[in-house]
Write a protein that binds this ligand. Structure first.
Ligand code: SF4
Ligand code: SF4
Length: 275
């Protein structure tokens, strides 16, 4: 009796992080629209690699529908070639190291905010999360290659819209307060030389020489580094407790770029409906 053929099935709460696309040995799953992963049943052999690596836990293996046939040709694993963007995790490490040396380097963190947004606005969907996110790569490396992750399913509520949008709102509010703090220093308030972790713990941070720049510039660097260090810490914590890229499930940038992709798709559909 032949075993039941299975195929991967993606749940509606997919956060489009692209982890499945990166690990599938057969190139059978992709997140082209930046909204949700899609499986090509002709290529999927039902090995389950994607399901074991999905940080949101939304992939299940289901028996194939009769009309879904696997490729008539033998599906062979792709030889994954390394690209320059596979090493962007080094950029993440470099950023942290430079900012620890001199807080003014924290300004470079703006790159990690603007590039994902610009990419999704200009129609690249969540290509940043899938290909170019150094932090995601670093978490994958630490969690899966170095086996620092307990590799347990992430809590279900992480992938709910309420939690993801709620965390995004909280994150943006704190970001706004950081900008307000910068503005206050710009208008004459004294510079606060501290990095705040998890929006609570203030670490005195006076070893960098910031005298060569206006005080507000230094204040923004302290604030931005606080944001970056806090999100890195949360990413490491979720990596350790749950899946390697568990942070990607509720990463504010990931949520924003997915929402932008949804908006763009809705607009496009609206346009084509009117034609
Ligand atoms: S959440 Fe990520 S890994 Fe899971 S199905 Fe969606 S894109 Fe793939
Ligand atoms: S089950 Fe295996 S072949 Fe199918 S999409 Fe997942 S990783 Fe790829």
């Amino acid at each position: 009796m032949s075993a039941i053929q299975k195929t991967a099935c993606i749940g509606t709460e997919c956060v489009a992080c692209g982890s499945c696309e990166n690990v599938c040995p057969f190139g059978a799953v992709s997140v082209k629209d930046g909204i949700r992963a899609a499986v090509d049943p002709a290529k999927c052999v039902g090995c389950g690699t994607c399901a074991r690596n999905c940080p949101a836990g939304v992939i299940t293996l289901v028996p194939r529908q009769r009309e879904e046939s696997r490729s008539a040709f033998k599906v062979i694993p792709l030889k994954k070639q390394k690209h320059w963007y596979d090493y962007l995790w080094l950029g993440e490490l470099l950023y942290l190291a430079l900012s620890l040396t001199n807080i003014l380097f924290a300004w470079l963190g703006l790159i990690f905010f603007t590039i994902p947004l610009l990419m999704s606005v200009f129609g690249w969907g969540k290509a940043y999360c899938r290909r170019f996110c150094g932090r995601g790569q670093l978490l994958q490396l630490l969690g899966s290659r170095l086996k620092l992750s307990r590799n347990r399913p992430t809590p279900r509520f992480f992938r709910t819209s309420v939690f993801r949008l709620g965390f995004l709102t909280f994150f943006m509010t704190m970001f706004g307060l950081m900008l307000f703090g910068t503005y206050r220093v710009f208008t004459g308030a004294p510079l606060r030389q501290a990095v705040t972790l998890l929006w609570t713990f203030r670490l005195p941070w006076q070893w960098a020489d910031v005298s060569m720049v206006p005080a507000w510039t230094a204040q923004f660097a302290y604030g931005l580094f606080s944001v970056m260090a806090t999100s890195s810490l949360l990413g490491l914590l979720v990596m350790f407790l749950f899946r390697s890229r568990g942070w990607c499930v509720f990463c504010p940038m990931g949520t924003m770029t997915q929402e932008i992709s949804k908006l763009k798709t809705t607009k496009q559909h609206g346009k084509s409906d009117r034609i």
